[in-house]
Design a protein around this ligand. Structure first.
Ligand SMILES: Nc1nc2c(c(=O)[nH]1)N[C@H]1C(S)=C(S)[C@@H](COP(=O)(O)O)O[C@H]1N2
Ligand SMILES: [Mo]
Length: 401
């Protein structure tokens, strides 16, 4: 069977299975999102995570880590596109090369980055555009991530703007490309490069060498990565080797085909008919994830449970998180943390809950941001082929005993 035919078949089957199930019925969770095991194998600097592949490393953070606003480095998810990641990086000889339409071509060492520029910090959520893809019905293409292809950290580094100022942009400079250091497995595969329009980059964009007060973990892009607060992480190029300024968009680059959604208002299409034009995913939509309880928690009848989780968007800020413990019929406000980590960070939330019935209970969380955008019910989620930008109301079903 051709791969294409296989996909068609998988979609039809999954579509048929979805008919007749209601995501709102208490006691039924139709999200496959939690049905994964943490791998017993740990990678360098990482505790055991949910593994989808070892080369390239694809590691997901378990849901129960999302009970506080910062994600520990050793539990932070990992995503690489190419199997051939450098295994040795010498911090004393590493330089970042800035070239293209600049007046001064630069080679900046790690030490110069840390000593000759203003050092800045930003706490920001890094989320893969394919996070929660496994919740799409029917199945959408790509790795079937649960909710843990994301994390939030405090990033430290230097402003991209300051580096470009030193390099001096030529008058016709319009685009900027960021290269990772890894190599493709085949000559035909383009390298990992992200191109962005210079006009969309603001002061918050940094080249970061530190994550939560430590060197970046190797798998999260040591020694230097791009940090674009508010944007999905396909733009956050790791192990940066090169920054090239151009006056035109170079179509052959890797990211020109992946991480795109239909270019229409609802960013959606049907499995049968692909929308003809696409646009990059770019900014994150409003979303929340429940960290406690999980489907593995045993919750005691009439005990004092604290439901916990995190909520975020692209920087407008979270206004409210609403919790339902009756499968979406009634909602009540959760308590949010003080928000001191800033508008690009997770807002941790908590909600005291005393279960008064036995058996399965479905808990839901819905975030609303400061401009009134809110998470849709899972059944109202708009579908796209790539399985990007899933932000349905989160739900967890627990057993009350
Ligand atoms: N050099 C390089 N940078 C990269 C990628 C990659 O494959 N190579 N993948 C991108 C994507 S799609 C994601 S989701 C994030 C993952 O970052 P993490 O591994 O630190 O979690 O890195 C981004 N930056
Ligand atoms: Mo990603």
């Amino acid at each position: 069977m051709e791969r294409r035919d296989f996909f068609k078949k998988a979609i039809v089957t999954a579509g048929a299975a979805a008919v007749g199930t209601s995501t709102l019925e208490a006691g039924v969770t139709t999200q496959p999102i939690d049905n994964r095991k943490v791998s017993p194998v740990a990678f360098p600097e990482k505790r055991p995570l949910i593994m989808y592949s070892d080369r390239p490393p694809l590691l997901e953070t378990p849901r129960d880590v999302f009970t506080s606003a910062l994600t520990p480095n050793d539990q932070f998810f990992v995503r690489w596109h190419m199997p051939d990641i450098p295994t040795h990086i010498d911090p004393d000889t590493y330089t970042i090369h800035v070239n293209g339409l600049v007046k001064n071509e630069l080679h900046i060492s790690l030490n110069d980055l840390k000593t000759k520029f203003e050092q800045v910090e930003v706490t920001a959520v890094l989320q893969c555009g394919g996070n929660s893809r496994s919740a799409f019905k029917p199945i959408a293409g790509g790795i079937q991530w649960g909710s843990g292809a994301m994390g939030c950290a405090t990033w430290k580094g230097v402003r991209l703007k300051d580096i470009l100022h030193l390099a001096g942009l030529e008058r016709d400079a319009k685009w900027i490309g960021f290269n990772g250091s890894e190599r493709a497995a085949y000559y035909e595969t383009p390298e990992f490069v992200r191109e962005l329009e210079l006009s969309e980059l603001d002061d918050h964009v940094i080249l970061a060498y530190e994550m939560n007060g430590e060197d970046l973990p190797y798998l999260n892009g040591y020694p230097l990565r791009l940090v674009l607060p508010g944007y999905y992480s396909d733009s956050w190029v790791k192990m940066l080797s090169n920054i090239t300024v151009t006056n035109e968009y170079k179509k052959l680059f890797f990211m020109d085909v992946a991480y795109r959604v239909p270019d229409n208002e609802t960013e959606s299409e049907t499995p049968e008919k692909r929308y003809p034009t696409t646009k990059p995913i770019k900014k994150m939509n409003v979303k929340s994830v429940i960290g406690y309880p999980t489907k593995d928690s045993l919750v005691s009848h009439k005990s004092h449970v604290v439901i916990r989780g995190v909520a975020w968007d692209d920087g407008h800020g979270i206004q409210d998180v609403l919790i339902s413990t009756d499968g979406g019929k009634t909602w009540d406000k959760a308590i949010l943390d003080d928000g001191k980590l800033g508008r690009y960070a997770y807002r941790a939330f908590r909600y005291p809950y005393k279960p008064t019935t036995f058996g399965k209970v479905t808990i839901m969380a819905k975030a609303i941001n400061k401009i009134g955008q809110e998470q849709p019910f899972a059944k109202d989620i708009k579908w796209n082929h790539g399985g990007y930008k899933y932000n349905g109301i989160d739900e967890v079903t627990v057993e009350v005993v």
